[in-house]
Design a protein around this ligand. Sequence first.
Ligand SMILES: [Zn+2]
Length: 615
Amino acid sequence: MATTYNLKPWALAATLVAAATTQSALAEDAHSYAKLQEVATPHLELDLTVDFAAKQLRGTATYDLARHGDATEVHMDTRELTISKAEIWQDNAWQETQFTLAEPHETLGQELTISIGEESDKVRIHYHTAPTASGLQWLTPEQTKSGKFPFMFSQSQPIHARSWIPIQDTPALRLTYDATLRTPAGMLAVMSADNQLDTELDGDYSFSMPQPIPPYLIAIAAGELVVKEISDNVAVFAEPYIIDDAAWEWADTPAMITATEEMYGPYRWDRYDLLVLPPSFPFGGMENPRLSFITPTVVSGDRTLINLIAHELAHSWSGNLVTNASWRDLWLNEGFTSYVENRIMEALFGERRAQMELALGYQDLLENMERLAPKDTVLNIDLGTRHPDDVFSQVPYVKGQLFLVYLENKFGRETFDNFLRQYFDDFAFQSISTAEFKEYLARHLLAKNPGVVSMDKVNEWIHQPGLPADAPQPTSNAFAEVEKQMQRWLKGGQLKTEDWTTHEWLHFINNLPLDISSVNMRRLDEQFNLTQSKNAEIAHAWLKLSIVKDYEPARDRLRNYLLTIGRNKLVSPLYRELAKRPDNLKWAREIYQQAKPGYHPLTQTVNEALLYPQQ
Ligand SMILES: [Zn+2]
């Protein structure tokens, strides 16, 4: 698979699908009914009406068919879709054809099987989505800042694309797409495609994504959106209230692109734009190609949370360009991306800041691993048919990152950088499995530098639970300094926080002794106004501590925080903490019921499991 292509990669979609259609890679995706080795779908044409009143996408999905044998059926994934008709292109006309929808599987949804005859090379599906589609969120005008228009957006990763498009929903597939969308006039629709900066808001929009991507990267959003350019090839799309702040916050994005290109080769996606989602967006960011979706909770006014942009940008190399072939291989996406993110931060802001972020990630990982079953701390995780969302943790991110830090330390930065750059080139626009990565690593790094790292060690990292005994244990001098200050402060001294960024504050709050007195809590709050912090991460850390310490003055903010933010990473640890005591649990359930209509389906699922564990 180490072929270098000289043609434009997106001219090779069909070739690449064939390349990705090796039996080994495909047999391993337990989360899709697609049988790519029989028939694959290398190009999609979407034609959809965005109906806010019905909370529904309605229209057609038309696919090119790539046949690899004599199968007469194509298999796809759906969830809660209503299919009214299927057609095949035959004898120069669309002709109705038979289809079946299987009984729903709790995790996988319903298999769609369509008869395609022996000759046809196109299939068209007429369908509409359910208002409860797991991959879409529909917000009323009242749930947006200006209140003028409704808002909708998708989150397809990992297996939610099938809830809004009938599709072969496996990352082993790569496809290009074109789309036509209709919205009410005055609203702007955007996609993970070639968004125009000067579109007329007439409610009729068309898009093209010429590079082959996995289905989970197909994305859509529509709402009251305006645009502001940061540079020639970077712009921000957002609701008007936050457009200036977001463009200011992310001014370093063009420099990040340049720095990443210097390390890992060209950015191959044309433009890189950023879309600010409403506060209910369940993630920090989603690396939808050409248009990363970003939570407004990182617009902190101090540019200290820009590592999230570095992360989403890094996915333009690891994840979007070189993609995990199944969700068991997620660490190939997220571990590499966390590593590249940290290298971007180091290139732009220096080693001190990068080291702090690495150390914070390491602390999160250790905390995560304490509550995870050992088998779920394995990089090449055995998911079975469990939903990947249910086993989401820092393991693929930070343990994966530490593995690469380990390799960098062993082989030296120059050797390892050259290896990574070549890896991104060799697998550009392909989906690969952990087994394929290991084979590549053995051939291109281990064998060329014998005696440095054994395959046994690699297997320990990838297939064993926990961390190897000789794993890096990132620490930060800056944090050692924070800890010294903390000791002085606990004895009544003053804190010197003028130079502190979010990172020092997080380390300080997260490491305060749990027997800290209420007098000291109040003292800290009065001096630094932590309960009212405008920085969503600092507020989160403080509110979590306030639950543990039963610190009453933070209650109103906690309520407000849970009611206005839906980013799961920020709300679920708070619900988890509240659920530990019966009186807090009762209070949390009341808040949750009030907040629920504004939460994304994913945030609802995760937090209901915490608050109503028997159900
Ligand atoms: Zn990521």
